[in-house]
Design a protein around this ligand. Structure first.
Ligand SMILES: Cc1cc2nc3c(=O)[nH]c(=O)nc-3n(C[C@H](O)[C@H](O)[C@H](O)COP(=O)(O)OP(=O)(O)OC[C@H]3O[C@@H](n4cnc5c(N)ncnc54)[C@H](O)[C@@H]3O)c2cc1C
Length: 570
């Protein structure tokens, strides 16, 4: 250990290390602590205000056997999930889905308002009858207090830079304090990875910093965990699938989109209209293409219309019943009250006026689908490494419900694993290498700023992968990404610890971009309606060869391995 202490500024040893103190990470820490484990949380920002739930969450999907709580039972929801040929049938979905209610009640016990005084929920059935309103903006603050009460040790402002392995198992992680520059070795018997989704992959032409904040998502969630897991040898799945979104045009009320959709009268489509007031969903139906059904199909239509210069498009809620319009406002009160002030001050009233939409924004890789593959116990393919929340792949169960449910499960199972494991030795060579990888960005002679490189990668992905993909373009994109790695990445230079964090993030974005491109190149079909994975050279689903087939990739030494497998063999 003496040698290690010369390489790092601090060594922290624990039973369970949770990386990422967002919704999933906090629940993992609480559950592991509840099982008597010593728990440390490493969080890049500050657990009181971090991750995608920073501003609050306005809706949650609940399944319950008591119809007064939810019209959808866990059994029924699990049955529906299992009909999807891409779902891993080994996951005990009924058990998993039933746990969400307990977790929501945990939030209530911590002080988050989730029900009316009479114990009833407010339903927001616009997308699913199982959805109810969360009536508070303080989930993160209350979770942080709970961590304090349980004496979970939290390292805020500490970015995980690498996972450490020993003999094919996870031995801990390396962390950089982004304020002080302290470099910390975390040794743990089990590690839970909960670093959120992979955003900032594509340009967001509407964002103030050209793609930095993507539709209200936390910019800290940019694939650090995906990249570190990949470098450590874990398997990632479904990395080809993209999540595109449309929002009201002004960034100040991007987050209203969720409130809007969940408030819509059940059965009505997303209220998108063209400048002549024609409902886009009806236009799509008239075209009757099989790939044009559902929201995905709608977004493909939007993409085509905007590409062909047929904008602007609008959200039009003016004909909705008053009670649904009120629900939008209530959603905003619960998720981001600042939106209401913005609307008031700028004279925008969605009850009487339609609102212009943004162009399509690539928000992240598809949630609950793309990411680090987990099983029903949140185990990844690397022994000792667990994952939960938006980073977890192949679950088809994500967002708030997924994060708190999987997070709690990950914490429980990681604590059980830790209880019968020892701390593994740590290889000083790997730690020294990890340190060198970080600090050469400060000390090197390069002259490239992280923003320049981030923009380069984003534009490259937009040009060579994007919403309409084909083989020759992606092959060329692959060559260019290689050039970026070989020629530009070594030129990155950080002037301070903050820039050091951003520069490391951009390196991770490059890793994720490469996985995304390779997976998209591998899947020679169009899959899922819309533009989640739209191959113009294979414009239809190939049921014979690709139904129920998952693209799984991992790293072995310097090589990237790819396998195409049924979901229950990934
Ligand atoms: C604007 C907005 C509104 C939403 N509203 C709803 C809603 O109403 N209902 C719903 O169901 N879902 C909603 N969601 C989705 C929901 O917030 C996410 O699914 C959920 O927060 C995911 O939890 P998570 O723990 O996986 O990720 P997050 O909560 O995003 O947490 C990830 C954490 O990891 C940290 N981190 C990242 N990299 C590192 C690193 N290298 N080292 C250390 N820490 C790191 C981040 O700082 C962050 O704290 C919304 C999302 C957004 C963006």
């Amino acid at each position: 250990m003496r040698e290690l202490e010369n390489i790092v500024d601090e060594v922290v040893a624990t039973d369970v290390l949770v990386i990422g103190g967002g919704l999933a990470g906090c629940f993992a820490a609480i559950a592991a602590r509840g099982r008597g484990a010593d728990v440390v949380v490493m969080e890049k920002a500050d657990v009181r205000r971090s991750g995608d739930a920073t501003f609050g969450i306005d809706h949650v999907g609940l399944r319950h056997d008591d119809p007064r709580i939810s019209p959808v039972s866990p059994k029924e929801a699990a049955r529906k999930l299992r009909e999807n040929p891409f779902v891993d049938q080994r996951i005990p979905y009924e058990e998993v889905l039933a746990e969400t209610y307990d977790r929501v009640m945990d939030l209530e016990r911590m002080g988050c308002k989730v029900r009316r005084a009479d114990g009833s929920f407010i339903r927001t059935p616009g997308i699913s009858p199982a959805t109810v309103l969360m009536m508070s903006v303080d989930q993160k603050k209350n979770l942080a207090q709970e961590l304090g009460r349980l004496k979970v040790k939290v390292h805020n402002r500490t970015m995980m830079t690498d996972l450490l392995t020993y003999g094919g198992r996870v031995a801990g992680a390396l962390g950089l304090n982004t304020r002080t520059g302290r470099f910390i070795l975390f040794r743990a018997k089990a590690v839970v990875l909960a670093t959120g989704k992979a955003t900032r992959l594509y340009p967001n032409h509407q964002a103030p910093l050209g793609g930095f904040v993507v539709q209200g998502s936390s910019p800290a969630c940019c694939g650090d965990g995906h990249a570190a897991a990949f470098r450590a040898g874990a398997r990632l799945v479904n990395m080809e699938f993209s999540r595109y979104t449309l929002t009201p045009k002004n960034p100040a009320w991007w987050s209203s989109k969720g409130s809007m959709l969940h408030s819509k009268p059940p059965g009505l489509p997303e209220p998108l209209v063209d400048s002549r007031g024609r409902l886009l969903a009806e236009l799509v139906q008239e075209e009757k293409g099989i790939d044009m059904l559902g929201t995905g199909g709608l977004y493909r239509k939007v993409w085509e219309m905007l590409k062909d210069g047929q904008g602007p498009l609008f959200y039009d809620m003016t004909s909705w019943p008053e009670e649904n319009q009120k629900l939008i406002t209530l959603g905003n009160v619960c998720e981001r009250p600042i939106v209401l002030r913005y609307l008031r001050e700028s004279g925008i009233d969605y009850r009487t006026h339609r609102v212009e939409t943004s162009s399509l924004i690539h928000r992240c890789l598809e949630l609950g689908v793309s990411g680090v593959k987990i099983d029903g116990q949140c185990r990844t393919s690397l022994p000792g490494l667990y994952a939960a929340g938006d980073i977890a792949g192949g679950t088809f169960f994500s967002a708030l419900s997924g994060a708190i449910t999987w997070g709690h499960r990950a914490g429980r199972f990681a604590a059980e694993y830790a209880a019968c494991s020892e701390l593994l030795p740590v290889d000083p060579g790997a730690v020294a290498e990890g340190r060198e990888r970080v600090f050469r960005l400060l000390e090197g002679t390069g002259n490239l700023h992280w923003q320049e490189l981030e923009k380069t990668i984003q534009l490259l992905l937009e040009d060579y992968v994007g919403a309409a993909r084909n083989e020759p373009r992606m092959r060329r994109g692959r060559e260019l990404l290689r050039e970026v790695r070989e020629k530009l990445l070594p030129q990155l230079k950080a002037a301070n610890y903050h820039e050091l964090m951003r520069s490391l993030e951009v390196g991770n974005i490059l890793d994720v971009a490469e996985m995304h491109l390779l997976s998209a190149l591998t899947r020679r079909e169009t899959r899922f309606p819309g533009i989640r994975h739209y191959r113009i050279d294979y414009p239809h689903p190939d049921e014979e060869n690709w139904r129920g087939k998952i693209v799984s990739l991992w790293r072995e030494g310097e090589d990237i391995r790819i396998e195409i497998l049924p979901p229950d063999q990934t």
